[in-house]
Design a protein around this ligand. Structure first.
Ligand code: ADP
Length: 484
């Protein structure tokens, strides 16, 4: 792996450096199991330095105009797009996703710098009509301060960009802690920052190993210099961080797990529903928080749908090393994830699920799991409540709309839900009834920089993307001018 944007050191205050105790951790290629690089393993001292650098940079950055910040964001957009191939390659190698999806993700990341660069210029305040003639009431928006950003491995540049672009547009500076499985993509982003001349201290990247993450995560939550924490990851870790942020009363955004229902009603356009289900399930080998977790199919279309989905899975899915053209199902990210998928399928089968296809690892083994189709899924199975995060479809049969809505909402998660129907009143009724932050009607790829992304219930707090994504990184200050 020899590339111009490949970095393995920490990026603090515009400089590359080893961890203060010289420790490193291995980054693996999940498709081959081989070590790609040894990455610097940040210490508490390094993270404190990063926070200080971000706080020092904030003192001047907060005074810049939105237009000046837009110029920086535009440079980052262009830097990402110009290096899409190389960053895509790094991403593909450490994450395992197919190269086309990896490059697509870099484009997705660039779209946030484009969007927030412009949106920052529309962070309007307010003049509130006064009731006292000698006063004027004015509200202005100001950046929160230093933002700590903790990102997951499933979209190593997409999630980083969705947070960092909004933060920088608002005038915040950032300390990014990428996931231990995918630090190289985040460091490639830092290399782009350096290349396009982002002022020192605005963006700091401090990867660390799994063994240090609890300590460093806690530090970011408790460090007084950090004013806001933005996290995407598991609900379990999100809860922990939420608690840890209490003492310093940090602003917090959480994008946590989902348990997405994908409801196919009798009136649905069969092929459209199958295409939607394939995309909602198999993108990134099922490892997204908006991936379909429970596929609910109405009795009248059930047999035709199962048959058509099985056919689509057989003819279009090809697993293997994502860097090889034609493969569209990469490996799972790590052993823990593979074991989880295996155990969820075993549990479903032991509770009566029928394996239409897959249900095991392929002979090649490694971290690959065969695309799997299970029918006869029920509430008693663990995959009814737990996020599968793998290429496994579990189909539940239902009879009525009320039943479908009841099952769909029978979870404490509420990120994304999908419905396929040709009944126009039903599409509105069900969209309104679903307790989800994102609803796709006859569409399963809904994420875009212009629209708000975020969950209900235990799926999170706050929105990313859209105007609301910017708002999250800003405070409203009310100024009362008296004695006029
Ligand atoms: P997953 O189980 O999908 O890997 P995690 O929630 O564990 O999801 O990981 C998401 C991000 O949270 C990663 O950057 C990971 O390093 C980080 N993380 C994991 N545990 C902690 C923790 N205790 N404190 C702070 N960050 C953590």
């Amino acid at each position: 792996m020899k590339m111009a944007l490949l970095r393995t050191q920490l990026y603090i205050d515009g400089h590359w450096r080893q961890s203060s105790d010289q420790a490193t951790f291995d980054v693996l290629n999940p498709a081959t199991g081989q070590v790609l690089q040894a990455c610097s393993d940040a210490t508490a001292e390094d993270v404190r330095d990063a926070c200080e650098a971000a706080a020092n940079a904030f003192a001047s950055f907060k005074k810049t105009t939105a237009k000046e910040r837009m110029v920086i964001l535009n440079k980052l957009r262009d830097g990402l797009l110009e290096n899409k191939k190389e960053i895509g390659q790094i991403l593909c190698q450490e994450n395992g996703k197919p190269i086309g999806e990896a490059e697509g993700e870099v484009g997705f990341a660039a779209s946030f710098f484009d969007w927030f660069g412009q949106e920052g210029r529309r962070a309007y305040g307010q003049v509130i009509p006064t009731v006292n003639g000698d006063r004027q009431l004015v509200c202005v928006k100001q950046p929160c301060g230093v933002a700590a950003i903790i990102t997951p491995w499933n979209f190593p540049i997409g999630m980083l960009a969705r947070k960092a672009a909004a933060a920088l547009a608002a005038g915040c500076t950032v300390v990014i802690k990428p996931a231990e499985d995918t630090p190289l993509t985040a460091l490639a982003f830092a290399a782009v920052c350096e290349r396009v001349g982002v002022p020192h201290g605005l963006v700091n990247v401090v990867p660390c190993s799994r063994s240090r993450v609890a300590q460093l995560g806690r530090l970011l939550c408790t460090e007084p210099l950090v004013r806001l924490l933005s996290f995407t990851g598991s609900t379990e870790v999100g809860r922990l961080l939420y608690r840890d942020c209490a003492d310093t009363v940090k602003r917090i955004h959480l994008e946590l797990g989902g348990n997405a229902p994908f409801v196919v009603f009798d009136s649905a356009e069969l092929q459209m529903a199958v295409t939607g289900a394939m995309a909602a399930k198999f993108r990134n080998t099922g490892q997204t928080c908006v991936s379909t977790n429970r596929l609910l199919v109405q009795a009248g279309i059930y047999d035709r749908f199962v048959e058509a989905l099985a056919e689509a899975m057989k003819t279009t899915l090809k697993f293997g090393d994502g860097s090889i053209a034609g493969n569209n199902q990469g490996p799972l990210i790590n052993r823990k994830q593979l074991e989880k998928v295996k155990s969820l399928v075993e549990d479903a089968v032991s509770h009566g699920a029928h394996v239409v296809m897959g249900g095991k690892q392929p002979p090649e083994g490694g971290l690959f799991y065969e695309p799997t189709l299970l029918t006869g899924a029920t509430k008693q199975m663990k995959l009814y409540t737990e996020e599968i995060f793998g290429p496994v479809v579990a189909i539940y049969k239902f009879a009525t709309e009320e039943e479908a809505v009841q099952i769909a909402n029978d979870t404490n998660k509420g990120l994304a839900g999908y419905l396929y129907t040709n009944d126009y009143q039903q599409s509105w009724r069900v969209s309104m009834a679903l307790e989800y932050g994102l609803v796709g009607v006859n569409e399963s790829l809904t994420s875009t920089c212009e629209a708000p992304f975020g969950g209900f219930k235990h799926s999170g707090i706050g929105k990313e993307g859209a105007q609301e994504g910017l708002e999250c990184f800003m405070e409203t200050k009310y100024i009362c001018f008296g004695g006029l």
